[in-house]
Design a protein around this ligand. Structure first.
Ligand SMILES: Cc1cc2nc3c(=O)[nH]c(=O)nc-3n(C[C@H](O)[C@H](O)[C@H](O)COP(=O)(O)OP(=O)(O)OC[C@H]3O[C@@H](n4cnc5c(N)ncnc54)[C@H](O)[C@@H]3O)c2cc1C
Length: 406
């Protein structure tokens, strides 16, 4: 597979570059959350109006219907910039692509255009207190009613739920099936009665994720994504998009842990003449570049009809490992400034925030250990871990927060 030449100077690249130069919003650091969300929605709306939203999504749902080359050109040009994409990341990178793959024509028409225009925010409700790495142990349940389903349970670590209008939720619809079989994915209206969102704070002081309580929430019959009982397959589809999306969102070159920022730090610390530091910087650059090319290749393969499947785990794992590598190099260069930075020095604060937030990348979207398992079993063909619960009806399992038969 040929990788599109990064420094190509096609007409599309010029158009992207010119548009970004004129439309990048001012820095959002320090903005109150509501203002940050507003800026993010306005940026997405501007992208849509300019014909840069959903570059590879089908035209009939408001996408641009273009190919991997254009997507890659945009990603390369945007990598240099600090763009307010975070609030819409889960919709654009995970829920939207899953609806493109599995949604009914009505679902695509209803949900994808507002997502592309930045009108509606999405979240992903998979994890529960007793179901993280082993998501198929989930206990949130949806039971049939005359006009749809009623949803009860609790989700956790739900990124952006505080802003979300809709979510993709996994629920158990048949506890008499084995644990991977009796699950269904639904579209959840986050403003529906019975949905309660409570923020959780992480060690960087921010609240990027939430607990979500679901008490007798009504789901209409047409809220099912894919097929009833095939939620695990829908989840695998979404997790594939998620791993590529997270892998692709490695620190932009302008972020505190991107190569350019670490190089600038080395220059400020007068460390670039030291052969040992030069070697570490060169290693950092080589890995960052390899990751960019890996992501570029996966985007191209996806567009050519070969979704990466389990190989998305390679990109996801590589991005998390690269962040740790960057922390090691930057931490040694900055020394005590990492924990006691000069408040006047914007670089120090950025670096400290980046380092505090970075461990999450080894957990979110599946931990590094889980990615190693996936790569070992599904790509390298190593023997599977023994699993004693795969063939037992879910109702008989002792899982999560409840034990024994129910
Ligand atoms: C920043 C952030 C954002 C998140 N956003 C979302 C979101 O929007 N929606 C959502 O649904 N979830 C979200 N999550 C949750 C995330 O998917 C889970 O935290 C993750 O899957 C791990 O699950 P857990 O926390 O329950 O840990 P556990 O599964 O309990 O794992 C604990 C430890 O055991 C290890 N482990 C578990 N199983 C194995 C195994 N088979 N082999 C080897 N080691 C194993 C893990 O690697 C880990 O070190 C988010 C998490 C973070 C940190």
């Amino acid at each position: 597979m040929t990788v599109v030449e990064e420094k190509g100077s096609g007409e599309y690249r010029s158009r992207v570059r010119e548009w970004l130069a004129a439309n990048v919003p001012p820095p959002t650091a320090g903005l109150p959350p509501a203002d940050y969300l507003r800026v993010a929605k306005e940026y997405q709306a501007a992208l849509f109006a300019a014909g840069f939203a959903g570059i590879t999504w089908p035209k009939e749902v408001g996408g641009q219907g273009l190919g991997p080359a254009e997507q890659q050109v945009f990603a390369e040009e945007a990598a240099e910039l600090d763009l307010p994409t975070y609030p819409l990341l889960i919709g654009m990178g995970m829920c939207g692509p899953t609806l493109v793959d599995l949604g009914t024509p009505e679902q695509k028409q209803r949900y994808l255009p507002p997502l592309l225009r930045g009108d509606e925010v999405w979240c992903q409700l998979f994890s529960e207190p007793g179901a993280g790495s082993d998501v198929a142990s989930l206990q949130t349940r949806a039971e049939r009613t005359d006009d749809g389903w009623v949803l009860n349970g609790q989700k956790v670590w739900t990124t952006n739920a505080q802003w979300a209008d809709y979510g993709a939720v996994l629920a158990r619809t048949d506890p008499d099936q084995v644990k991977h079989a009796g699950i269904t994915m639904f579209i959840l209206d986050m403003h529906a009665p019975g949905v309660t969102v409570r923020p959780l704070r992480d060690m960087s002081g921010k609240s990027p994720f939430n607990e979500v309580y679901l008490d007798d929430v009504h789901l209409p019959a047409d809220a099912v994504i894919g097929e009833v009982g095939r939620g695990w397959q829908a989840a695998v589809t979404m997790l594939g998009h998620e791993r590529v999306s997270i892998g692709a969102s490695r620190p932009s070159r302008s972020s505190a842990l991107g190569f350019e920022a670490v190089l600038a730090l080395a220059r400020r610390e007068g460390a670039t003449a030291d052969p040992a530091q030069r070697e570490r910087l060169a290693e950092l650059y080589a890995h960052e570049r390899a990751l960019e090319l890996l992501n570029a290749r996966m985007r191209q393969e996806t567009q050519a009809g070969h979704p990466p499947g389990a190989r998305g785990s390679v990109a996801k794992l590589a991005a998390a490992v690269q962040l740790r590598r960057a922390i090691a190099v930057a931490g040694e260069l900055a020394g005590a400034d990492v924990v006691a930075w000069d408040p006047e020095d914007g670089h120090g604060a950025d670096l400290a925030r980046g380092i505090n937030s970075a461990p999450a990348s080894s957990i979110a979207g599946g931990t590094n250990e889980v990615q190693h398992n996936i790569i070992g079993e599904r790509i390298l063909g190593l023997p599977k871990e023994p699993q004693v619960d795969r063939d037992v009806p879910f109702r008989q399992l002792r899982v999560g927060t409840q034990g024994g038969a129910r």
